[in-house]
Ligand binder design. Structure first.
Ligand code: HQG
Length: 185
């Protein structure tokens, strides 16, 4: 199919809105694990798109943000929810020794006081590679990359989860596990 990048982005942003944050904007209901029935999205959405377009957005998403169920009747976001009611049922996993978080200067004073907080989302988001963290930070300006001693955290009882699309998630990162000048590990 020949969708423009602009069209894909428009649909992807709309899906992020209704599957992560505000399904009620179109009167949609997600189940407790975050799944939406696809024909309901088509019925309720003012933005018109076809199943083929939806499939293309899901398959070609740079970050693999969304998943279908086995028979492609339902869709959900793989991570990034601010909805408190969605439980993705992720099982705790052992993280690599070191993970990265991309942020920007204006948040540094608060981070140096409180550590990394999940803010409006369900988890703090981390990546195993520095490049991804650079991209995440760059959304807001000049990126600052922080290192997180994830294995040490786990050893002290903190839980880590990995989303379907490879994003590492945890509840809160206390200051003592953050390296403010991370070297490449
Ligand atoms: C910062 C995108 C003040 C934190 C990305 C971040 C990611 C603090 C911002 C995913 C803080 C929250 C998530 C503290 C952390 N005080 N600010 N104590 N602790 N912060 O968007 O990680 O493209 O909720 O550094 O690629 O930026 O949407 O989190 O800057 O994977 O699929 O508060 O969203 O994915 O911002 O991004 P966010 P994030 P998508």
């Amino acid at each position: 199919m020949n969708m423009t990048e602009q069209r894909k982005k428009q649909i992807s942003k709309f899906l992020s809105l209704i599957l992560r944050h505000q399904p009620e904007t179109i009167g949609l209901k997600l189940d407790e694990n975050g799944w939406a029935v696809i024909h309901e999205i088509f019925e309720k959405s003012k933005l018109r798109f076809t199943f083929e377009e939806l499939e293309e957005v899901v398959v070609t998403s740079d970050k693999q943000r969304f998943s279908f169920n086995a028979d492609k009747t339902k869709i959900r976001a793989n991570q990034g929810h601010s909805l408190k009611t969605v439980d993705l049922n992720l099982k705790p996993q052992t993280p690599p020794p070191f993970l990265y978080h991309g942020t920007v200067t204006k948040f540094m004073p608060a981070i140096k006081l409180h550590g990394l907080k999940k803010m409006s989302r369900q988890h703090v988001h981390l990546s195993k590679d520095k490049d991804t963290a650079i991209k995440v930070g760059s959304r807001r300006g000049k990126p600052i990359i922080l290192g997180v001693r994830a294995m040490d955290m786990q050893n002290e009882g903190h839980l880590f989860f990995k989303s379907e699309n490879g994003v590492w998630l945890t509840d809160h990162i206390p200051l003592k596990f953050i390296e403010f000048k991370p070297v490449q590990h």
